[in-house]
Design a protein around this ligand. Sequence first.
Ligand code: SAM
Ligand code: SF4
Length: 436
Amino acid sequence: MIYERLLLPFFRRESRRTMSFDEGEPGMPVPPPGGHAFLYVHIPFCTVLCPFCSFHRVEFREHKAVRYFAALRREIEAYRDAGFRFTGVYVGGGTPTVMPGELAKTLRLIRDSFPVKEISVETNPSDLTPEVLSQLADAGVDRLSVGVQSFDDGLLREMERYEKYGSSAEILARLEAAAGRFRTLNVDMIFNLPHQTPEVLDADLDRVKDCGANQVSFYPLMTSATVRRKMTARMGGLDRKRVRDYYEQILGRLRPDFKASSAWCFSRGGLGIDEYIVDAGDYVGVGSGAFSYVNGTMYATTFSLNSYAERISRGLPAITRSRGMSLRDQLRYDLLVRLFGLSLEDDWLERRYGGNFRLRLAPEMLGLSLVGAVRRREGGWDLTERGMYLWVLMMSAFFESVNVFREDMRSHIREELEANEEVLVPVASLRRPDRA
Ligand SMILES: C[S@@+](CC[C@H](N)C(=O)[O-])C[C@H]1O[C@@H](n2cnc3c(N)ncnc32)[C@H](O)[C@@H]1O
Ligand code: SF4
């Protein structure tokens, strides 16, 4: 489509610009008025590293994880003491449930320190044991998001998830045990995997509808140069031409039971807690390799786990990079994020930017209206179905820029990452002591 060809290269360049940070010691962000913000907590440990994943993650080492969780709690306390009043929290990874006792302790601190209304936690199917589920429920988790990716055993093997995270039958049994225990049970799926045919995707969609989850996030496969090489060698190459057909297949098959709550998240009956970024204006990311966006500045914490622990122990902020965004860039960023959640409300923009936001955003809204991506209504704009597809492409482009930045940061700590992986611990011995 013409707008894809015109808009996407421009948007990719803009995203790269947003994700280019200045070096230095920017310090901690100052709380926004009232201190209200969203909290993202990053837990970078996984027992097995999937070849398609470009998040900041390292192989689980117990002593490193214990040190990490302790530092994390100190960092959270520093934000509390600085006046932040977090209203919601999302714990992502990596695998946040890699040490459930440590996670529960961290969630307790967060609940005792802030007026949080919602807690979301990501996990893997192998962690859905009765003990861990009880620990998460007791810790007040409202939304549990389980990384499934596909219910096809062949694809699970290609993704190197079958052995450690479970076969399709095992995943389904575990999801059944978790169903109904949390307000929202989300499954993360990926579409456009190299050997995923339309028939395999259809079978995945059938299972999604029957597995007991009341929400599904269907991500298009997103890559970056280094990951693409590794992924292609293990799983086959990426074919972007199929994205549109597969996305339409997903929209068609999930209806009418599931309704879109963002461009790639669908909730049964339209209710549910979505991914953190949709509701957030300002957010703070704690932990190694986390991003924050406060008062129009983007921040990133150090990707080195050693440096993270050391900085926190010396009372220094974990943030080592920042980028102040112009008003125009802030508006565009909010436009991207809010419309990803399907609508953009005038009063939200007015609260954030004052009365003349409409004039400032006029060129973008005119362009988006002309290509049929948004529709004006009383009090705001809605994303159309065509717009949803365009947003899938734009968000993928944005996250691919984030991946490029992550890769760059991780390339500076290659020695540390390699040393971490050298201490080879047999998977069977990766018992979690706090689970016994
Ligand atoms: C970063 S993981 C963290 C939670 C957990 N470890 C897991 O595997 O689900 C969260 C989700 O990101 C998605 N994801 C990871 N790598 C991706 C990629 N290259 N493209 C699209 N989605 C990806 C997967 O659906 C995954 O479930
Ligand atoms: S997809 Fe999840 S389990 Fe796999 S490496 Fe990424 S964060 Fe870890």
